[in-house]
Structures are given as C-alpha cells and as structure tokens.
Design a protein around this ligand. Structure first.
Ligand SMILES: Cc1cc2nc3c(=O)[nH]c(=O)nc-3n(C[C@H](O)[C@H](O)[C@H](O)COP(=O)(O)O)c2cc1C
Length: 218
C-alpha cells in the first residue's frame, strides 16, 4: 500500500505512523516551574541527537507543562523508563492540572539532582540532567506554525545506578528500558533481543590512527 498522510488515505482504522517510527525511546521528563512546582511526564518523541556535546530533544503536542516548565527554569531531567516502572510511567502521563506533582500521584520517590533543581526519579537506573537550549515551534509545508514544540537540551550531568555497569560498560539490556510503538504497544529491551554489529571501516579510516578507529567502532 501507499498513502499520502495529508490526504489521510491510508484506509486503515488507525494512522500507522507511530507503528513505523518505532520503537521510540521514552524521555521521562522531570521539570520544575519558576514557582517550584514539580512535573513528571513521558515523551516518546524523544531522542539523543549527539554524544559530543551530549544533546537530547523531546517534542510536545502543544505547549504542555514539561515545555513551559523547562523554559521557565531552563532545566529538565530525562529519566530512563524501564519495565519495572512501566505502570508508574504510564500513570504520569495523566493530564493533571498544572502544578500537580505527577511523581507523588504515581507513588514515586524523588531523589535530588546533583546540578539541577528538578529532581530525578529515584527508582530509575539512569537520569540525564539537562540545561534547556531552545524550543523550536515547527512550521508545516505551507509555512503554517504547527502545535509541535521541540525542546532541545544539553546534558550536563548523568546519574547511573552502578549495579548496571559490567566490565566498564553500561548494560542497557539489564536495565530493561521500554520503548513506545504504535497503538497501545511497547517494546522492552532484554539480553535476549540484543545483538552486536561492528561498523565496516570506511575508505577514509586509513587516515585515522588505529586507536581512534577502534574507538569509533565501539
Ligand atoms: C509512553 C508515552 C509517550 C508519550 N509521548 C508523548 C510525546 O512524545 N509528546 C507529547 O506531546 N505527549 C506524549 N505523551 C503524552 C504526555 O505524557 C501527556 O500529555 C502528559 O500529560 C504531558 O504532561 P505535562 O503536561 O505534565 O508535560 C506520551 C504519553 C505516554 C504514555
């Protein structure tokens, strides 16, 4: 089949877009308002953009609290959503009135961040403390502003539960991170579904010293 999203002619009961761009990592975002109110919500239009500098983004459908709070205090924390925390993660997506602390509502304990005011989710094995960089309101093909607000941040501090570090490497699968797919579906990463591939050396690699090449292949 082939369809054109603008014509909405996919003839399926539901738009398959989110089942194609899947599984998507979940940024479980803690933020704080200028008045000190704490907010926690999951965003699956979330990803890392670059490791050096370490950059992340999440996209909000409308100016939700996470966007407004991140802009107010210029800080937010991305907690890793895991299998063990799936119910709490889902509970924090409920649309509470602005100012209600979803962390408390979901029965989650907060732990202080090291560099920022918004706390991290204590039970999450990883949390990235981010400084807000910019918010981009995306225009569509006609040049009309959409209701999609992309928040960019730079990671300034990283918390890792050391029990997930094995032989000097972070064992992603052992943390069992969950990822969003289409409809009501999610995926979970496990040791059984992990596989490794080494990148082929490109022609230009000869110009690099061997240590740098080895590092890039990791
Ligand atoms: C797994 C999951 C992923 C979500 N991803 C997004 C997203 O990428 N963008 C968005 O606008 N809402 C997303 N939502 C919905 C928000 O979490 C929800 O609207 C929440 O109430 C927003 O909270 P806030 O206003 O406190 O920021 C997602 C919900 C779930 C359960």
């Amino acid at each position: 089949m082939f369809y054109e999203p603008r014509k909405k002619n996919h003839v399926l009961p539901h738009d398959p877009f989110k089942a194609i761009v899947a599984p998507r990592p979940i940024g479980w975002i803690t933020s704080m308002s200028a008045r000190g109110e704490i907010n926690l919500a999951p965003y699956s239009f979330f990803n890392g953009l670059s490791a050096e500098p370490p950059l992340v983004m999440f996209c909000s459908d409308g100016r939700k609290d996470s966007v407004v709070f991140a802009e107010e205090t210029k800080e937010f924390v991305c907690n890793l959503a895991t299998w063990n925390l799936r119910e709490q993660m889902n509970a924090t997506s409920e649309a509470y009135p602005r100012g209600v602390d979803e962390m408390k509502e979901a029965g989650l304990e907060a732990a202080p961040s090291v560099l920022l005011k918004p706390p991290r989710v204590k039970a999450s094995p990883c949390a990235m403390e981010c400084k807000w960089l910019q918010t981009v309101r995306v225009d569509d093909l006609e040049g009309h502003p959409t209701q999609r607000y992309v928040v960019f941040g730079q990671v300034v501090g990283v918390y890792i539960d050391e029990c997930f570090i094995k032989d000097g490497l972070l064992d992603t699968a052992a943390m069992r991170p969950i990822a969003r797919a289409g409809y009501h579906d999610y995926f979970v990463s496990t040791p059984e579904t992990k596989f490794s591939l080494r990148r082929p050396k490109d022609a230009g690699a000869d110009h690099l010293d061997s240590i740098k090449v080895a590092a890039e292949l990791l």
